[in-house]
Design a protein around this ligand. Structure first.
Ligand code: GDP
Length: 534
């Protein structure tokens, strides 16, 4: 098969939801119905990680499992579907944002009783920045939930996407009767239980209206009315509007009962986009020039969107997850890290072609390849088989929480530095070195990040640290149009300047007014709340 046909049959997506809406359940069912399962245990195990640090540590012990479930690949209807896991806990939302830069579409799960919730809103904002197309699954229809019209209205209002129903529920809770598929014009009859396969559900054509009315009575009539209202009021399906993130197809069902899930899997194949072009910069006559990399381009190019410590703490192995943007991966091929121009020398390479971690055959744009290395690879790194280019757009967010690191045993300074450098490269935490010296600062978006880092410093680097609060409440990365302007600013605030893991200069703030005051004093300085790897 040509590169083009290989990449066209790929779909790379992530599931986003507020905790408890049903992401884990749905993931498991998608794997089950595409025949990719063996992995059921790991999907459940991964889930524990969001509840408490103790659970997180437990999961760390089984890191093999959590690595395996970071990317789950399934084959369905002659397509290759890559499902990327996103951490559930909001304290790790930075990781989630970065995973979202590696997908071409997202599946949003909504709890039909709760509607749009806080974390869904935040995640959709991230998708919006990239115009990521979103498929919506309204889950838990077997519960006493809200009216479907009400839910669609909320999605439209709160998330600013026009909803186009693809299925429509008949009844809910105790009287949940099934869903009408508006494309096939048939009703699938609901039965509870988790043993049934999608093809085992009974279907009745909507044209047999008399049968349906007789069997489901007022529930069916009411559903027909509200469905007609909804389709009458909603926009016609516009595939381009969906691809631009402006329209979302909506499906109803009950994940735990295997119901309405196959329709979603089909939508991923039929509606979701195959790998898209990705923006990079390259130097032409020493000037950065934007270059769109097409998925069918022959040269290998990809970006590291996630780095995860490997199972064996003694070896400091790490897996760099590379989302392929173009080309073909074959075992043994020579690849370079563009930032350092060094050859990538992985000790092992994992593709997720067949769920067997040892099986590496080939991979194409849209696929994820995991390279195990001893270092030398950072989040945001661009990997190619030759071309000098750098992908843009992997976000780092300005931390809102800061702690200073105090080492209990000063003899372990070297280990601490190594640990912080590596955890910083993984993106587990942001590390800032104050320009005037003094203890290192850790910056996080969520409190749990500190606990994880403290635990890992001890467990993996034998560096026992105390974390102490400090006066900082924010940071902004700073740039200026000329070196002189930058120097002037740095000289005005020497004790506020720090460099992060990528040696980018940041201004540390102690109150929300800091940036405003500094900006007034130095109108030519740019303050960035977000650093994009470039
Ligand atoms: P996550 O936090 O989004 O990963 O959610 P889970 O998949 O773990 O689901 C949260 C809870 O909701 C679990 O107890 C599930 O069994 C339950 N659940 C998931 N889907 C459904 C559903 O369709 N109906 C009902 N009644 N419960 C569900």
């Amino acid at each position: 098969m040509s590169y083009l046909s290989e990449t066209r049959r790929r779909r790379t997506f992530a599931i986003i939801s507020h905790p408890d809406a049903g992401k884990t359940t749905l993931t498991e069912k998608l794997l089950l119905f595409s025949g990719a399962i063996q992995i059921a245990g790991s999907v459940k195990a991964r889930k524990a990680s969001r509840h408490a640090t103790s659970d997180w540590m437990e999961i760390e012990k089984q890191r093999g499992i959590s690595v395996a479930s970071s990317v789950m690949q399934m084959a369905y209807r002659d397509h290759v579907i890559n499902l990327l896991d996103t951490p559930g806990h909001k304290d790790f939302s930075e990781d989630t944002y970065r995973v979202l830069t590696a997908v071409d579409s997202a599946l949003m799960v909504i709890d039909a009783a709760n509607g749009v919730e806080a974390q869904t809103r935040r995640l959709i904002e991230v998708c919006r920045q990239r115009d990521t197309p979103i498929i919506t699954f309204v889950n838990k229809m077997d519960r006493e939930v809200r009216e479907p019209l009400d839910i669609l209205d909320e999605v439209e209002r709160e998330l600013g996407m026009a909803c186009v129903p693809m299925t429509w529920p008949v009844g809910q809770g105790k009287t949940f009767r099934g869903i009408m598929n508006l494309r096939t014009q048939a009703m699938t009859v609901f039965e509870s239980g988790s043993e049934r396969l999608p093809q085992d559900f009974e279907t009745i054509p909507l044209s047999e209206r008399e049968t349906l009315t007789k069997r489901f009575g007022a529930d069916f009539e009411h559903a027909m009315e509200s469905m007609e209202l909804a389709t009458g009021a909603s926009h016609a399906w516009d595939h381009n509007a969906f691809l631009a993130g402006k329209q979302t197809p909506v499906f109803f069902g009950s994940g735990v009962n295997n119901f309405g899930v196959m329709e979603v899997l089909d939508a991923l194949v039929d509606l979701a986009p195959s790998p898209q072009s990705r923006t990079s910069t390259t130097l032409v006559n020493r000037q950065p020039v934007v270059k769109e990399i097409q998925p069918e381009d022959k040269d290998f190019a990809g970006v590291v969107f996630k780095v995860q410590a490997n199972m064996d703490a003694n070896h400091r192995d790490r897996i760099a997850f590379v989302r392929m943007a173009s080309g073909k991966y074959t075992p043994g091929m020579k690849l370079r890290v563009q930032r350092t121009a060094k050859e990538l020398r992985p000790t092992s390479v994992v593709t997720f072609m067949s769920q067997r971690r040892e099986a590496v055959d080939e991979a194409y744009a849209g696929d994820i390849v995991g390279f195990t290395t001893h270092g030398g690879v950072q989040l945001g790194d661009t990997i190619t088989d030759g071309a000098a280019l750098q992908f843009t757009g992997l976000p780092f967010f300005a931390p809102e929480l800061f702690m200073t690191v105090i080492l209990k045993n000063p003899l372990r300074t070297k280990q601490l530095q190594q640990g912080l450098a590596q955890l910083g490269e993984e993106g587990a935490i942001q590390v800032f070195r104050p320009e005037i010296g003094g203890p290192m600062l850790l910056g996080a978006v969520g409190q749990l990040q500190f606990e994880v880092v403290q635990h890992r410093l001890k467990a993996e680097y034998d560096a026992d640290v105390k974390l102490e609060g400090c006066q900082y409440t924010g940071a902004r990365w700073i740039t200026a149009d000329t070196p002189a302007e930058l120097r002037e600013f740095v000289n005005a605030y020497p004790q506020r300047m720090a460099k992060d893991a990528a040696d980018t200069l940041a201004f540390l703030c102690t109150s929300p007014y800091d940036v405003r005051l500094a900006q007034e004093r130095f109108p030519k300085i740019h303050f960035h709340p977000l650093r994009e790897h470039a």
